[in-house]
Design a protein around this ligand. Structure first.
Ligand SMILES: [Fe+2]
Ligand SMILES: [Fe+2]
Length: 476
C-alpha cells in the first residue's frame, strides 16, 4: 500500500480511522519535536539536508530523497504488509495463528521488549548529537543525519505500538522515552552501550558497524514474534537499519584504506609517524574495535537466561532468521557454554531455550567477522602486514558469565593487575582519544573534500556525485 502523506503523521496503518489513537499520537508529536530540537543534531537544525524519507513499504520505492530541514522531517509509522494466515514459527505455540492483540499474560513481557528496543533509538541520537561539528565531509555529515532521523522514526515505530496496544501504561512508557538521557547519572538509557560517549567519528563508524548490527539481530528476533504488529514494524525497520550498517562498514573501510595507502606511499609504519601525517594508526583502530565490539556483545544479554527461555517458549521473541534452524521448538538438545571458574575452564551444558541469547550472539559474531575480513583485504591490498581481529567474546564483558573477570583479547584469563597494566594496549587510551579527537577538530564542509584521515567514498548517495552538496547551510 502506498501512502499519501498529507496527514500530520504519515502512516500506512490507517491512523485516520482510529481517532483516539490519532489524537494520542498527535499529542505526543510536539514532545518528540521538542526532544529532537533539544537532543538531536546540534547546530544543524536549520540546514537543508539531502535525506531519504520513508513514504511506503513497497520494496522498490519506499523512500523519497530531497532536501529537508530536520525538525520538519516527516517521521511516519510504517508496518510491513500483513502476511496472510501467518502462523507462529517457534516455541510452544508453534503453528497457531499469530496474535493481532496482546494476550493479557504476555502484556508485561512484550511491553518490556518494546520499551527496551525503543529506548535505544533516541539514545543513539543523543550519543551522536555533537558529531556534526567535526564531520570529515558533507557526504558523511549527511549520512550521520540520515541515521539520526531514521533512529527517530524507529522511536515512532515503537511508540506507535505502545500507544495502540498497551493503553495507559504504554502512553506513560512513551513519555519516559523522551525523558531518559544517554549517559545521564540519574536517568540513563536502559542499556550500557547506549550510555557510552560517541563523540568522535571513529567511534561513530564502530557504533554503526557493531552496535547497529546488534539492532539488526534484535529486530530480526522480534520480526519472528507471534505478536504480529511487532513483527510487521520490525520487518520494515530492518530495511532502514541496512543503511546504518553500511555507513559503519564503509566508514571503517575508508579509514583503514587511507591509513594503509599512506603507509605504503610514505613507507612509514610507526604509529607516531602516522599520527603526524594526520592519520589514525591501525593499532588505534583495533582498540576502538575492541571497545565497541565488546559493549555490543553485552547487548545480547546473559549466556544462560531463563528470561530468554520464556520469551522463546511463549513466542514473543525468536532467533534471528528462525527458518535457518531445524528444530523450532528447541525442547531437546543443549548448548555448551564454556566459562572460567577459579581459573579453570569449565563447560556447562545449558538447555537450548536457556541459551537463546548465545545462539543469537553466535549469528551476530559471524556477521561481524565478514566486515572485518573485508577491511583486512583492503589493508593487505596495500601490502601492509596488519590484521584487525575481533577479540574473544570473553574480553571486556560486563554482562553474563564472563563479567567481573578479566581476559586478554585472546580470551585468556588475566589478573586484575595485568588488566590494569594492559588496558591502554587493549582499549582506547586517553592518548588515543586525544589524537583521534585532535584529528577531527574542524569540520570539512566543502563539497567533495575529505578530512586527512579518511578516503573518499567510492560513490555518492542515490546516484549523486561524491562532491554533491549533501548539506546546504542555512541562508544567512
Ligand atoms: Fe534503530
Ligand atoms: Fe540503526
Amino acid at each position: 500500500m502506498s501512502v499519501i502523506s498529507q496527514e500530520r503523521i504519515p502512516n500506512n496503518v490507517d491512523l485516520a480511522s482510529d481517532k483516539r489513537l490519532q489524537r494520542a499520537l498527535e499529542a505526543w508529536q510536539p514532545s518528540f519535536i521538542q526532544w529532537w530540537k533539544d537532543m538531536g543534531p546540534h547546530g544543524f537544525q536549520e540546514d537543508q539536508v539531502y535525506l531519504r524519507t520513508a513514504i511506503s513499504v513497497e520494496p522498490d520505492g519506499w523512500a523519497h530523497f530531497d532536501y529537508v530541514k530536520m525538525p520538519v522531517y516527516r517521521w511516519g509509522i510504517f508496518l510491513a504488509d500483513q502476511v496472510p494466515d501467518r502462523r507462529i514459527g517457534f516455541g510452544d505455540l508453534m503453528g497457531e495463528p499469530v496474535w493481532q492483540q496482546v494476550p493479557g499474560e504476555h502484556r508485561n513481557a512484550l511491553r518490556r521488549l518494546i520499551v527496551t528496543q525503543g529506548d535505544t533509538e533516541p539514545a543513539s541520537v543523543e550519543q551522536q548529537r555533537l558529531l556534526g561539528r567535526t564531520c570529515p565531509s558533507l557526504y558523511d555529515l549527511r549520512n550521520l543525519f540520515q541515521v539520526n532521523v531514521e533512529e527517530g522514526r524507529h522511536l515512532w515505530a515503537m511508540v506507535y505500538l505502545l500507544h495502540s496496544y498497551f493503553g495507559r501504561d504504554g502512553r506513560e512508557e512513551a513519555e519516559e522515552m523522551l525523558h531518559r538521557r544517554s549517559g545521564d547519572q540519574n536517568k540513563p538509557r536502559i542499556l550500557g552501550a547506549f550510555n557510552e560517549p560517541c563523540t568522535d567519528w571513529l567511534s561513530f563508524f564502530m557504533f554503526t558497524y557493531f552496535t547497529d548490527r546488534d539492532g539488526k539481530y534484535q529486530l530480526l528476533a522480534l520480526a519472528e514474534s507471534a505478536f504480529d504488529p511487532l513483527s510487521r514494524t520490525t520487518r520494515f525497520m530492518l530495511t532502514e537499519e541496512a543503511h546504518h550498517m553500511f555507513v559503519g562498514e564503509t566508514g571503517v573501510m575508508r579509514v583503514v584504506e587511507r591509513t594503509a595507502q599512506m603507509m605504503k606511499e610514505q613507507k612509514k609504519d610507526h604509529p607516531d609517524d602516522l599520527r603526524k601525517l594526520g592519520l589514525v594508526d591501525l593499532p588505534t583502530v583495533q582498540r576502538y574495535l575492541n571497545l565497541w565490539y565488546s559493549v555490543s556483545l553485552d547487548l545480547f544479554g546473559g549466556e544462560i537466561s531463563s528470561n530468554a527461555a520464556s520469551s522463546f517458549a511463549a513466542g514473543l521473541k525468536g532467533r534471528a532468521q528462525e527458518d535457518r534452524y531445524e528444530d523450532h521448538r528447541a525442547l531437546t538438545g543443549t548448548y555448551a557454554v564454556p566459562r572460567f571458574q577459579n581459573g579453570a575452564l569449565v563447560t556447562e551444558d545449558v538447555p537450548m531455550r536457556n541459551a537463546m541469547n548465545e545462539v543469537v550472539r553466535d549469528a551476530y559474531i559471524e556477521d561481524c567477522q565478514r566486515g572485518v575480513d573485508k577491511w583486512n583485504r583492503a589493508i593487505a591490498a596495500h601490502g601492509i602486514p596488519f590484521e584487525l581481529r575481533l577479540p574473544s567474546r570473553r574480553f571486556h564483558r560486563a554482562v553474563g558469565v564472563h563479567a567481573g573477570q578479566h581476559f586478554d583479547p585472546e580470551g585468556n584469563p588475566v589478573s586484575a593487575e595485568a588488566w590494569q597494566a594492559s588496558q591502554d594496549a587493549w582499549l582506547p587510551s586517553a592518548a588515543d582519544r586525544a589524537h583521534v579527537q585532535g584529528l577531527m577538530r574542524e569540520p570539512v564542509m566543502e563539497p567533495g573534500k575529505m578530512a586527512s584521515w579518511i578516503a573518499a567514498p567510492k560513490q555518492g548517495i542515490k546516484g549523486r556525485p561524491v562532491d554533491f552538496e549533501y548539506v546546504r547551510p542555512r541562508q544567512a
